[in-house]
Design a protein around this ligand. Structure first.
Ligand code: SF4
Ligand code: SF4
Length: 189
């Protein structure tokens, strides 16, 4: 029958050959492909028993660093929050009081500092924007949680413990490491 548009296609439905009717060659072909993949290197791993090794510059959970004397480096300047494309960082600034010099490196410090890990895309722009070398991304994973509130990381999770420092030296170029050895620069004191 001729169609109105003339674009109709008449499909052939040819009779199956004997080889196609017994299905055996197709089944053997399928099994061969399966066996071939069985001995190939697997793309998946048995997590959590097996873990992949991360690159030294892999971008995971952030750390807020302390200086050599244990004082918090962050001065609540807000540059990381401005640089963050995901608007994941919020903070409130406070003024350092006399006697708190050992706790906070600068006259202004972050009384609260929060990162919403559900918003964060781990781009590392906060790390690049920070003029105080206070925030770095690390190779640590952000833990899973059942509630959204659990992904708002405050200073309790972000600031490194005095007695358990987080090594970020592999994230820094040799030039930066050399610069940091020059102790008469205020930046390095
Ligand atoms: S890594 Fe990127 S998205 Fe995450 S807090 Fe830093 S700037 Fe924002
Ligand atoms: S982490 Fe760095 S950029 Fe962000 S507020 Fe603190 S000092 Fe400023």
């Amino acid at each position: 029958m001729k169609s109105l548009t003339g674009r109709a296609k008449v499909l052939d439905n040819p009779k199956m050959t004997f080889k196609e009717r017994i299905y055996l060659p197709a089944i053997i072909g399928g099994i061969t492909i399966t066996l071939r993949h069985l001995f190939k290197r697997k793309a998946t791993i048995r997590y959590p028993e097996e873990k992949r090794t991360f690159s030294p510059v892999w971008r995971g959970m952030h750390v807020l660093k302390r200086d050599d004397n244990g004082a918090e480096r962050c001065t609540a300047c807000g540059l990381c929050a401005v640089a963050c494309p995901a608007e994941a960082i919020t903070m409130t600034a406070a003024e350092r009081k006399p006697g708190e010099e050992k706790l906070y490196r600068e006259e202004k410090y972050a009384a609260t500092y929060e990162i919403n890990m559900l918003r964060c895309i781990f781009c590392g722009l906060c790390e690049e924007a920070c003029p105080k070398e206070a925030i770095f991304l690390t190779d640590r994973l952000v833990s899973t949680d059942y509630a959204r509130d659990g992904f708002i990381y405050g200073k309790d999770k972000l600031v490194e413990p005095v007695d358990k420092r987080v090594d970020v030296s592999k994230r820094q170029t040799p030039n930066v490491l050399e610069f940091k050895k020059i102790k008469h620069y205020r930046h390095n004191r």
